[in-house]
Design a protein around this ligand. Structure first.
Ligand code: JHZ
Length: 407
């Protein structure tokens, strides 16, 4: 299934405009076990659809290569994300009067970090996730999970078995699916008549305005605005009822969708603002390549000068976005000594392409690098609070976006 799309992933328009080329990069979540083995790389180019305003990468890498085996991302390693999910679930249980007779479904449920909150409250759940390790971890903690991709076929068979959800969560998954319309059709099929779908996606406005180019990698096929979401879901009889802007993952949207219902005032306001601010035109995206190139130059210059003056530098967060950042900027073992990450499934492996070794965070105090490049800048506050001891010893963090800064 790997290959380049000829037309828009959402509306099928053939008029895609390329505005960013990050070169060829390895797969961002495919951590390396053996640094001598060959690693495949794929083109990473981003286009804009002038017909439905969807920003998207042009390459589709086979989903089984991306997600099925050895997928190292386990949501539960971030306390901030756990708290984020807990708050969301609590509110929905109250607002939607959920109880033992309800059903909550979540595609891309990962290790069950979100659904576990429903299980604790006695609300029946069904998780669906193609990644073997995280799905097994979810089942082990009592979150019923099918190890599969959510497709139209799976939705049809679940529906034939009588499953209809009062709430469907789709957090950070819409951008990941190769059959965008098929996935939304599957969500619609699984939704009870008066049910609600809660979707979270990183907001393309934040990506562009804050130069978060590193959140672009092959797992993320689409980068959504309210306008592009509205076109996509509208095609499947689903309407945006409410939207919230969230700070998670560098700035995200939480969108509530239903078959019918009153559209909140803020939905109209955001749609209008996107139009006024130019998000529906190529012009909004056109200087992004130049801004990303400048960031690369500034970051390489900053690290090179620190290194040349005898400072040691390591990195924090073996994140997927870290892989894009390192591979696009070319920063590797000549400037950075190692990467640390709390996720034990990542430790002992190497970063894609650049092959920096990944250790547990205790390595920081053992090695005492002068600087830590923050590759998980979206969790800056949380990580820096955990690293108080390192900071008290004089250690400093470098945050790469929106422009490199030492803090
Ligand atoms: P994190 C992930 O991207 C994966 P990544 C995925 N591709 C996606 O869509 C986005 O999220 C939304 C570690 N960490 O979550 C955990 C610590 O070590 O920003 C992670 O490995 N200590 C599905 O990988 C990494 O940092 C900590 O205290 O770019 C963060 O990765 C915390 C908070 C995190 O996104």
């Amino acid at each position: 299934m790997t290959g380049s799309v000829g037309s828009c992933r959402s509306c099928r328009s053939s008029a895609l405009d390329l505005f960013l080329d990050l070169g060829w990069t390895p797969l961002a979540d495919r951590l390396v076990q053996n640094p001598d083995a060959e690693e495949p790389t794929f083109p990473l180019q981003v286009g804009f659809c002038p017909d439905c305003a969807l920003v998207q990468i042009l390459e589709t890498v086979s989903p089984s290569l991306l997600f099925e085996e050895d997928y190292p991302y386990y949501s539960s390693f971030s306390p901030a994300l756990l708290e984020h999910a807990r708050g969301n679930v609590k509110e929905l249980i109250t607002d939607r009067h959920l109880g033992p007779g309800s059903l909550v479904i979540e595609p891309a449920s990962n290790d069950g970090y979100l659904l576990a909150n429903y299980v604790d409250a006695g609300v029946p759940v069904l998780g669906i996730d193609p990644a073997e390790g995280p799905a097994a971890a979810a089942n082990a903690k009592g979150v019923r999970t099918i190890n599969a991709f959510l497709t139209r076929d799976l939705a049809e068979s679940l529906r034939a078995d009588g499953l209809q959800a009062d709430v469907i969560h789709a957090n950070n998954v819409l951008a990941h699916v190769a059959d965008t319309n098929g996935f939304v059709a599957a969500l619609e099929m699984l939704l009870a008549e008066d049910g609600i779908i809660v979707v979270e996606v990183p907001y393309v406005r934040e990506l562009i305005e804050h130069c978060e180019f590193d959140t672009i990698y092959h797992e993320h096929l689409c980068y959504f605005s309210v306008t592009s979401l509205s076109h996509l879901f509208g095609r499947h009889g689903l309407r945006i009822l409410e939207i919230r802007e969230l700070s998670i993952h560098g700035g995200s949207l939480r969108v509530f969708l239903g078959r019918e219902g009153k559209q909140g005032e803020q939905v109209r306001t955001m749609l209008e603002a996107e139009s006024t601010d130019g998000l529906l035109d190529l012009g909004f995206y056109q200087d992004f390549q130049g801004r990303v190139e400048r960031l690369r130059e500034d970051l390489v210059a900053m690290l090179s000068s620190l290194h040349a003056s005898g400072h040691s530098i390591a990195a924090y967060g073996a994140s997927a976005k870290g892989s894009t950042l390192l591979n696009y900027t070319g920063i590797g073992t000549e400037l950075l000594d190692f990467v640390v990450d709390r996720n034990t499934h990542k430790q002992g492996k190497f970063m894609p392409g650049k092959h920096l070794p990944i250790h547990g965070p205790e390595h920081i105090l053992e090695e005492r690098p002068d600087f830590l490049l923050l590759l998980a800048w979206n969790f800056a506050e949380e990580i820096m609070a955990q690293q108080q001891a390192y900071r008290e010893l004089g250690g400093r963090f470098i945050v790469p976006v929106p422009s490199p800064a030492i803090i």
